[in-house]
Design a protein around this ligand. Structure first.
Ligand code: FES
Length: 578
């Protein structure tokens, strides 16, 4: 095959000379694939900090296989620090990566991705650019012990917050927890949060090497994986193995089932839809819900189960989960893994599911019955919403309650613990104004804490409904991603305190029990909802708010999706004098 980079480097004119000099290539380098190493390491993003060292191992692998490694920086999306949300910038980074590929002589790309949004951004870019690509996933952070228990990042912080608000955890304990969390070192959250979930899905779809989704963030295993990824990508370029051959409808369906089997993050539903949208695949909530109905919880990992991802990896990780699903015909084992083999040829090297003490169970002996995730729709969510059933309270899955409405995150934080707030355990907390357009960026504000005075009475869960997202490390009976969101005129914006809201997960319904005539009156009193968030609307947020799609369509930008095959054609630049 002809390398893409030949368009830059072949020839004897001044333009080709300029290009070769820029990368210090000599005649002996002709025919060597140029491999971009998209580096998201940043001091601002501890989850991706390990890439500073790992990038060199990738480069070693590229060189060993005969390629030319070129490292380039990418905006790092760190979940902990970015405001209002790293999600606001996922599409920007996907564009940055796609345009970097377009503009430069890259024959393939190794994406160094770990923290929540860096992974989907890389997948979206790989889908759109469609040059050979693999992700090197940055692995999980360590789990320091706190009061005799290994700490699950995120999940244990949320639990401790509830304990603190209930007066069970004192100030010294709270400070001790902080010190413990600070000791964990680089790497992704070590529970089945968004990063671990996306890593599993990436591996399942053949976009990372088998067995690499949940490595420890530091150590010889991940260094070997980095080198192997560099080597493998050079071979993929030579064989012209492109993402479009991996990211098929069957791969997407398998990923959706893996998501349910591991009790993964609800955020992954949006990210899968965004990747699918780039390729014209079907990632509708109806399709996902149908896929999820037959999938119980197979991975006993927090926040839905009990273990951490380090042990899940030792018990086989993604390959063993895939084997468990495949045994019931719920995974396409003829699909290609990241190393080029069919999954059914990869699996024998991994532990079987269901072994004594294994965190990976079989379909016949799951951790929890199906479904672990569900899509609901109804008069409150005409375009759908998502709930993580496995992290919810069973007795709240069919529940009707009185709405207690918060118009924004600030409103919720200000009034939630106000003694004057009228709220009972059976009420439904509605947090709106948190959708893709509303903030903009759809932050993880959907899981409102339980009001202080109810926590003190021992209440640990309530039905919550939001057009925002929640952290993959969170738990509770929380209906998320309500679409259309309030900021674009969705019925969530019409709810008033005291309205009755009915959640019926078995029937897949979410309804506002208010007569149509009353809703029409409220809608006309409210006027047309402006399509705009309330703040920070210049530059990228302005472009984002004007073009972002709703959650059920992946919250991608409308001009980046693939309504027809022609729209996904990657246009090569004119290569000449710059
Ligand atoms: Fe980065 Fe969890 S905050 S992976």
């Amino acid at each position: 095959m002809t390398l893409r980079s030949v368009g830059w480097f072949a020839g004897d004119d001044e333009v080709a000379v300029l290009h070769r000099v820029a990368l210090r290539l000599g005649p002996e380098d002709a025919g060597r694939p140029v491999i971009g190493i998209a580096d998201t390491a940043s001091d601002l993003n501890p989850c991706n900090a390990g890439f500073t060292a790992l990038a060199e191992h990738v480069a070693d692998g590229v060189r060993a296989a005969g390629g030319v490694p070129v490292r380039f920086p990418v905006m790092s999306l760190g979940e902990d620090l970015m405001k209002p949300s790293a999600m606001l910038y996922r599409n920007l980074v996907a564009m940055e990566l796609e345009e970097t590929v377009r503009a430069y002589p890259l024959d393939g790309v190794v994406h160094l991705a770990n923290c929540d949004k860096t992974v989907p951004a890389a997948l979206m870019a790989a889908a759109s650019a469609d040059v050979p690509a693999l992700l090197l996933l940055g692995g999980a952070r360590s789990a320091p012990e706190f009061r005799g228990r290994a700490l699950g990042a995120g999940t244990d912080l949320w639990r401790a917050l509830d304990d603190r608000r209930a007066g069970v955890l004192d100030d010294a304990g709270w400070r001790g927890l902080e010190q413990c969390l600070a000791c964990a070192g680089p790497g992704a959250c070590n529970v089945m949060g968004t990063a671990s979930t996306l890593a599993m899905l990436t591996e399942a779809m053949g976009m990372a090497l088998p067995g690499t989704a949940l490595l420890d963030a530091v150590g010889p295993d991940i260094e070997a994986a980095a080198r192997a990824t560099g080597e493998r990508l050079v071979a993929m370029v030579r064989a012209d193995e492109r993402p479009s051959a991996r990211l098929t409808q069957a791969a997407l369906d398998t990923a959706a089932r893996v998501l349910a089997a591991v009790g993964g993050s609800t955020n992954a539903v949006i990210h899968l839809a965004a990747v699918a949208g780039r390729l014209g695949l079907d990632a509708s909530l109806d399709r996902f819900d149908a896929l999820w109905r037959g999938v119980p919880l197979l991975a006993d990992v927090e926040p839905c189960g009990s273990g951490l991802v380090h042990r899940l990896r030792r018990d086989g990780g993604l390959p063993t989960v895939l084997a468990a699903l495949g045994a019931g015909g719920l995974a396409d084992l003829d699909a290609v893994a990241g190393d080029g083999r069919a999954w059914r040829d990869v699996l024998p090297a991994y532990p079987a599911p269901g072994a004594d003490g294994s965190l990976v169970r079989t379909l016949a002996d799951p951790v929890l019955p199906a479904p672990t995730l569900a899509a609901v729709s109804g008069t409150l969510a005409p375009s759908g919403a998502v709930i993580k059933v496995a992290a919810a309270s069973p007795d709240l899955l069919a529940h009707t309650g009185r709405a207690v409405v918060f118009d924004s995150y600030d409103d919720m934080r200000t009034r939630l613990d106000d003694p004057a707030l009228e709220v009972d355990p059976g009420d439904v907390l509605v947090v709106r104004g948190c959708g893709p357009v509303g903030v903009p960026g759809m932050p993880e504000w959907g899981m409102a804490p339980i009001p202080q005075r109810l926590v003190e009475r021992g209440v640990r869960d309530m039905v919550r409904v939001s057009d925002g997202r929640m952290s993959g490390t969170s738990f509770g009976t929380v209906v998320l991603h309500v679409a259309p969101e309030a900021a674009v005129g969705g019925p969530l914006g019409l709810v008033e305190d005291g309205d009755r809201v009915r959640l019926d997960v078995p029937a897949r319904r979410l309804d506002l029990l208010v007569p149509d005539a009353e809703l029409a009156r409220r809608r006309s009193a409210r006027g047309a909802a402006p399509r705009a968030g309330a703040q920070h609307l210049r530059g990228w947020p302005r472009l984002y708010a004007d073009h972002v799609l709703q959650a059920d369509r992946g919250a991608d930008l409308d001009f980046l999706t693939a309504p027809t095959p022609a729209h996904r054609t990657f246009v090569e630049p004119v290569v000449g004098r710059s």
